[in-house]
Design a binder for this molecule. Structure first.
Ligand SMILES: C=C(O[C@H]1C=CC=C(C(=O)O)[C@@H]1O)C(=O)O
Length: 403
């Protein structure tokens, strides 16, 4: 574990950004990092802000999937916020030459990519089949588990993260994000970059909002097929069960904190440029306005949209069957200010980029009745937005890993 001195030396190589039509937050530089420790994260956030009264009154960053691993939260040296995308263009100006965002305008010759799946699609299907056996036996009361796989990409030159972020932010239905991470090798900028459709929790005054998603279908460029995919998802009992696990868990976790709590619109279809999902808006009013957005995020995370139910049994099965550390994938990215207001988005549809390497992650919720082939196909569909933003062609990924 790094000590507090090293943490404070964090020098982000690129800005932090959360970008959507509703809210954009851009942070540059770092005045200090929330120290690791055993005190609750919200107390450590307050301690950092109290120690540096000269800086912006908020922290930005990422929470890892494993709630026991250290969070990466820092106080930026400068921050810009807007209720639209206004401050995004100023921090990430579009390149002078107008070409498709995925063409990486500064790079000259076309980029060459190599890709391999880790685990392979075949191994992922086998893991899903094993999870189904455990679910059907009811081991440890298991009802749902979310299993992921990853794609490792290597480029013949450094990946231009800001181009990737701009390309992801073209989808108006997602929150695009870039979280600079501490470098592991000098000069190899490292960042978590993605485009999530899912809000873990936001808090503004006493208003609490969560918008969980679970249940998915690939979108189609053909309007008829696209509508049919949406209707099949809406009617799918398997997907509705998968979704209900998430909504129930979030309502249960929020109930002790809220005077009013409900799902005023019920469950409905929602989409990104590449996927359909089932979504539910959960709204609440806090009993105690001193409960911060970080505290709410750490209580809710990991929801059954990324882990499963019961939480501990699902996390154990994920560790056994996935066999890799998810890092910040399936964690949360966001911000929290001194008053406790803030927003935390589920860190999915993302890649960890480091120099010329990118590791993409995608997962799918498994419940009794899931099909290993269909779940594998769902993870392939979830890679599509990132592959497009990186400028990686389907032909660059081994066909047997992208069916
Ligand atoms: C875990 C992921 O998606 C979650 C969010 C929406 C729909 C999901 C699903 O249908 O399985 C997942 O729960 C991911 O994209 O890696």
């Amino acid at each position: 574990m790094r000590d507090a001195g090293e943490q404070a030396a964090f020098a982000p190589a690129l800005p932090f950004a959360l970008v959507s039509d509703r809210e954009t937050v851009v942070g540059k530089g770092s005045l200090g990092v929330v120290a690791p420790g055993t005190a609750p994260l919200e107390a450590r956030v307050r301690a950092l802000l109290a120690a540096r009264p000269e800086g912006p009154r908020l922290v930005l960053g990422a929470l890892p999937f494993d709630a026991g691993a250290p969070a990466h939260l820092f106080q930026p040296a400068e921050v810009a916020r807007s209720g639209s995308r206004a401050c995004f263009a100023a921090a990430f100006p579009p390149p002078a030459l107008v070409r498709p965002a995925s063409a990486h305008p500064a790079s000259g010759a076309p980029r060459r990519w190599t890709a391999h799946a880790e685990p392979s699609l075949a191994a992922y299907r086998a893991a899903v089949a094993e999870a189904l056996r455990r679910l059907e036996r009811g081991d440890e009361g298991l009802r749902k588990v979310v299993l992921s796989r990853s794609l490792r990409l290597a480029c013949d030159r450094p990946i231009e993260t800001s181009h990737v972020l701009r390309a992801l932010a073209e989808d108006p239905l997602v929150t695009a994000y870039c979280v600079p991470l501490p470098e592991r090798e000098a000069g190899h900028a490292r960042a978590l970059v993605g485009a999530t459709p899912e809000l873990l929790v936001s808090r503004q005054g006493t208003q609490v909002l969560s918008r969980p998603l679970a249940g998915s279908a690939r979108r189609s460029p053909d309007a008829g097929e696209d509508r049919a995919a949406a209707e099949a998802l809406s009617a799918s009992d398997k997907d509705r069960r998968e979704h209900r696990e998430v909504v129930t868990a979030i309502l249960d976790q929020l109930a002790p904190y809220c005077a009013e709590l409900g799902t005023p619109d019920g469950t409905s279809l929602t989409s990104t440029a590449t996927m359909w999902h089932l979504g539910t808006r959960i709204v609440g009013r806090l009993r105690d306005p001193s409960v911060s957005s970080v505290e709410l995020a750490t209580r809710l995370h990991p929801t059954p949209a990324v882990c499963g139910t019961p939480r501990e049994a699902a996390a154990k099965l994920i560790a056994e069957l996935e066999g890799y550390d998810r890092g910040f994938y399936a964690g949360a990215v966001g911000w929290c200010d001194e008053a406790g207001d803030g927003a935390w988005h589920v860190a999915i549809r993302c890649a960890e980029i480091e120099g010329g390497q990118a590791r993409l992650y995608a997962g799918a919720g498994i419940v009794p009745g899931s099909d290993p082939v269909a779940e594998g196909e769902e993870t392939s569909a979830k890679f599509a937005a990132l592959l497009r933003a990186l400028g990686v062609g389907e032909e660059d990924v081994p066909a047997e890993d992208m069916e």
